[in-house]
Design a protein around this ligand. Structure first.
Ligand code: ASN
Ligand code: ZN
Length: 334
């Protein structure tokens, strides 16, 4: 995506691309952190309750994290919309994992949900750094502010992967890490809006592009490859099938690209099973991650893990198990 801006963009766009490129180097450093697995015993023991402990900081457009505390648990609304979106969004993520998966925060031990808004200036990204989230305000050329619910769910779900044993943040395990984040980002929004698998948009980051961009969102689980098609950004590069798997050294081996394949498998399964995606498909995916125990898992390993998960939960030879296998066949992984 960054390269196409540099080739096709005007000067203003090129400046944006340079900023993004500098950020990309910074994210590569963070990938080592994001890949890590943190054992529960490494963590301080929190007072366990059934409520989130949210802390939202104002980064004041600087790079230093976390910044200045702007709203913590129980505080009234802030005058700053980004602060409120980050706070409310963190609450929605907590509620999805607590209500549906019986998980108490990212580490299942009630850890604080920490986020910084207004991270750096003109930053068109959001990320999990192993300890907390940071959201940019966007450059207002391509990106608006990043505090959008499916993005919030995506970023915190990187924390869930980390505390579930981790997936190395490159190549296929990296694309699986990305896909888990997209799936649970989509589920965060669906659970909040009480939308069925049929009704849902299955978009990640709807509304984060400015009006200048020809595109509906960052990614689509329903239609990978069709989220945007823009003169500056180029076309959404995501494949939906192994026949179109992208072999690249860009993007840590295409982790935000090839994630389209497992994303689409989840979408297909949720359509086969009907109802709300968090009820059956979400359970199959969540428990597969809890039992994966392989931070170098390939798409094929993950497909096996989800079929095993469906079999354990719904019975060997169950409809759920058969449809899980079918979803993986349709995207060419089996
Ligand atoms: N927004 C990106 C992500 O969460 C940041 C990154 O490349 N780590 O995938
Ligand atoms: Zn991600």
């Amino acid at each position: 995506m960054l390269e196409s801006i540099q080739i096709r963009g005007n000067t203003e766009m090129q400046k944006t691309a340079e900023t993004l490129q500098a950020d990309a180097a910074h994210y590569r450093e963070q990938r080592a952190v994001i890949s890590q697995s943190t054992k529960k015993s490494d963590m301080p023991i929190a007072a366990v309750s059934n409520k989130p402990n949210r802390k939202v900081y104002d980064g004041q457009s600087k790079a230093v994290l976390p910044g200045q505390l702007a709203r913590q648990e129980g505080d009234p609304e802030s005058s700053d919309n980004a602060v409120n979106e980050a706070y409310e969004g963190a609450g929605s993520v907590f509620q999805l994992y607590y209500d549906v998966f019986n998980r108490n925060s990212l580490d299942d031990n009630g850890m604080d949900l920490v986020a910084t808004v207004h991270h750096k200036s003109n930053c068109g990204n959001a990320f999990w750094n192993g300890y907390q989230l940071a959201y940019g305000d966007g450059d207002n050329v391509i990106f608006k502010k990043l505090t959008e619910l499916s993005v919030i769910g995506h970023e915190f779900s990187h924390g869930v992967v980390q505390f579930s044993g981790g997936l190395v943040y490159r190549d296929q395990p990296g694309a699986l890490n990305e896909s888990f984040a997209d799936v649970f980002g989509a589920l965060t929004e669906q659970y909040k809006k009480k939308q069925s698998a049929k009704e849902a948009s299955w978009l990640i980051g709807e509304g984060v592009f400015t009006e200048r961009v020809e595109g509906q969102a960052l990614r689509s689980l329903k239609e990978p490859g069709l989220a945007y098609d823009d003169s500056i950004l180029g076309k959404d590069p995501q494949p939906y099938h192994m026949d179109f798997y992208v072999n690249t050294t860009q993007d840590s081996g295409g982790i935000h690209i090839n994630s389209g394949i497992p994303n689409h498998a989840f979408y297909l399964l949720s359509q086969y099973l009907g109802g709300n995606a968090w009820e059956k498909a979400g359970q199959i995916w969540y428990h597969a991650m809890q039992n994966l125990n392989n931070s170098l898992a390939t798409f094929a390993d993950w497909a096996d893990a989800t079929i095993r998960s469906a079999s354990l939960r719904y019975g060997h030879g169950s409809y759920e198990m058969k449809m899980t296998r079918r979803a993986w066949k349709l995207v060419g992984v089996m």
